[in-house]
Design a binder for this molecule. Structure first.
Ligand code: FAD
Length: 410
């Protein structure tokens, strides 16, 4: 519990912290990586370089401070953070490191405004949030361990099959490298992949097939460099080019809270909106739904570049054959000659308000979406505009999530 005087102090300094939030978080990461280089392994350098991580942390701090007198409202945000931390193996001893450098950064950036009472209040607020996260993470770690086939940390897996899904997406079918079974997971969750041969942080990959198989499937898009001198995506290219059937990977247990809510008994429609590689968690969810609840109306939208980039076309078509309640819509924004005529897509373009108004079954559908940042932001905005309640919108983002969250809620 926070003391009332702490709550008041935090409220007073929130505007000043918000005005300097990104400067504070940039300085925070500099101080932390210099003072505790051992924690660098938990952070993706591409997100550091793009500024996404700093923006995300700034958004999270502002959200916490502005809701300091209503900690209950932070529960969903805490769950996302705790799941992410558990995917990376964050431990309680990491929290004081973050706390120390965050306070130093605030002190440095805010200068005279960072008086002793202010720093004391920030330290207390940080400590309370850290305790909430640590407790939730402890529970997640023990849930992971307690299920049949469950584990903490990393476990060796073998690439049983490597299958190209399109010119840019390749699936890896991963089987345990030991004799133990696979644990259950919820469609929409992700695993963490670590490659000992690479000097970089581990990466998350959504499980792209439905549960109940004797493998985990991940489907990876090859990330190009953006300019001639930019580095190409390190892990995705390594997986595409260097990792083959029979090779071993280190995999963390399934994590994540982007899972199907349970409107299913109500027979309300479930809508999936995917942009590019954001299709991976959604195809897993759709396959699960169609098989487990064939009477559920399922709508599946896929935006892709063209037929060469389009992944899972056959799996989506198969769902249409399995359930009369399944409808799909595929749009290409840069179709190849003949794509439209041969029926490889249903139209040219991408998600638009007009299309949503026409295609969405009803405003009370549960909507799950995932894709690149511009896709997410416009989907969120358009869905709000046409009257879908916020609580019916569920999304995953393949980057620092609070970055997208602060830009869509802000
Ligand atoms: P990175 O090396 O991380 O680079 C990413 C981009 O940044 C590249 O375009 C690169 O050019 C640029 N870059 C990198 N370093 C620098 C630098 N120093 N300077 C300038 N530019 C730089 N991905 C999938 O393909 N499939 C999935 O199912 C999937 N699921 C995910 C689920 C979750 C929950 C999350 C968080 C992410 C998911 N991702 C998924 C994304 C995945 O984790 C990786 O981020 C992605 O594969 C890119 O990693 P990379 O190492 O190839 O690229």
């Amino acid at each position: 519990m926070l003391r009332q005087s702490t709550i008041e102090t935090i409220k007073t300094i929130t505007p000043a912290v918000a005005a300097n939030a990104e400067t504070i978080t940039r300085r925070f990461y500099e101080l932390m990586f210099a003072g505790n280089p051992e924690v660098k392994q938990y952070f993706n350098e591409a997100h550091q370089h793009s500024g996404g991580q700093q923006k995300a942390l700034a958004g999270a701090i502002c959200a916490y401070f502005s809701q300091i007198d209503d900690l209950e409202s932070l529960t969903p945000a805490v769950e996302i953070i705790a799941q992410k931390h558990c995917s990376l193996g964050i431990e309680p001893e990491h929290y004081p490191i973050v706390g120390k450098h965050l306070l130093s950064a605030i002190k440095e950036v805010m200068g005279d405004a960072a008086t002793e009472p202010v720093l004391g209040a920030v330290a207390e607020a940080y400590g309370v949030l850290a305790d909430v996260c640590i407790n939730r993470e402890k529970a997640i770690y023990s849930e992971q361990l307690s299920q049949p086939g469950g584990w903490n940390g990393y476990r060796p897996f073998v690439v049983a099959k490597k299958v190209p899904e399109s010119r840019v997406v390749t699936s890896f079918y991963l089987k345990p490298g030991d004799d133990r079974p696979l644990p259950a997971f919820q469609p929409g969750q992700y695993v963490t992949v670590r490659m000992n041969g690479l000097k970089t942080s581990p990466r998350n990959y959504s499980l792209s097939d439905s549960p109940g198989k004797d493998y985990f499937r991940i489907s990876v898009k090859r990330e190009p460099g953006v300019g001639p001198d930019d580095p190409v995506g390190m892990v995705s290219n390594y997986l595409h080019d260097q990792v083959n059937e029979g090779d071993r990977l280190e995999v963390g247990p399934p994590c994540g809270e982007f899972t199907l809510r349970s409107p299913l008994e109500e027979k309300k429609a479930v809508v999936f909106l995917s942009g590019g590689i954001g299709v991976t968690p959604l195809i897993a969810m759709a396959k699960h739904l169609v098989r487990e609840m064939p009477e559920a109306p399922v709508y599946f939208f896929q935006a892709s570049r063209n037929s060469e980039a389009h992944a899972f076309s056959e799996e989506v078509a198969q769902l249409g054959r399995e359930s009369k309640q399944f409808q799909s819509l595929v749009m290409f924004d840069k179709p190849l000659p003949g794509d439209l005529e041969s029926g490889k897509c249903d139209g040219v373009g991408t998600l638009s308000e007009e299309l949503l108004r026409e295609w969405l079954p009803s405003a009370d559908a549960q909507i799950y979406f995932c894709g690149p940042a511009p896709f997410m932001k416009s989907a969120y905005r358009m869905l709000g505009k046409i009257g879908v309640p916020r609580e019916n919108l569920h999304f995953e983002f393949f980057g620092p999530r609070q970055e997208i969250e602060s830009s869509i809620h802000g």
